[in-house]
Write a protein that binds this ligand. Structure first.
Ligand code: ATP
Length: 209
């Protein structure tokens, strides 16, 4: 594979915001695939209440029929905190040095990048693609500088294996897993926020009641 992207998250549950940005980023950047990678034990937040198995099952249902999206469960098999840098290193090793690998990050996730375990190593492994997201959008000087110094036009990213940063505009869907969890717990309708197959699974397993 010549160029692909990865998007990590807790996916508790996966929602249309995730799917929309993953598909649009894939199209805009001209990628063959976008791989969604659920985190087993996110280092930055409390462990998701739904099990790895349940979150993986929802993701697999969500990408059914979407040919450019894939799910990779490698983080679910590792013990300890799910450090993204370990995941990226294993993907790089498999793909070889010439493949363009990009990591998609919503703006909120990008602001946390400097606090990641061994974050300085990330640039030697992948490109970073920042996706706008509704909500606060202030970036620190450090991250602004990173975007300017490492900037690459989105359409050229497929030709660069790693080390570049770009920011792209995708359709802004103001949905989050938190919003979906709260709506489900309160018995509000969520039919337009996530795929019907995922909602069926949630209802069958009474996941967020
Ligand atoms: P939670 O509400 O539980 O924090 P979340 O909706 O932010 O969850 P995550 O699984 O934590 O979802 O996010 C995975 C990735 O998807 C992150 O990079 C996040 O920024 C991005 N993301 C999630 N929803 C959106 C959205 N609506 N628009 C843009 N990016 C998004």
């Amino acid at each position: 594979m010549k160029a692909f992207a990865v998007m990590g998250g807790t996916f508790d549950p996966v929602h249309n915001g995730h799917l929309q940005i993953a598909r649009e980023a894939g199209e805009q950047l001209g990628l063959e695939k976008v791989i969604l990678i659920p985190s087993r034990e996110p280092p930055h937040r409390s462990a998701p209440e739904r099990s790895p198995k349940q979150r993986l099952a929802m993701l697999k249902l969500a990408v059914q029929g979407l040919t450019t999206l894939e799910v990779d469960d490698r983080e679910l098999h590792r013990s300890g905190p799910s450090f993204t840098v370990d995941t990226l290193a294993s993907l790089r090793q498999e793909a070889g040095p010439d493949t363009s690998i990009s990591m998609l990050l919503g703006l909120d996730a990008f602001t946390l990048l400097p606090s990641w375990h061994r974050w300085e190593e990330v640039r030697a492994l992948v490109n970073v693609v920042v996706l706008d997201r509704p909500g606060p959008n202030h970036l620190s000087q450090l991250l602004n500088d990173l975007i300017v110094e490492r900037h690459q036009r989105p359409e050229d990213l497929v030709n660069v294996p790693c080390g570049k940063v770009t920011r792209i505009r995708t359709t802004q869907l103001n949905v989050s897993s938190t919003l979906v969890r709260e709506a489900l717990a309160a018995g509000r309708a969520v039919d337009n926020l996530l795929p019907v197959a995922v909602l069926d699974y949630i209802r069958r397993h009474q996941l967020y009641e």
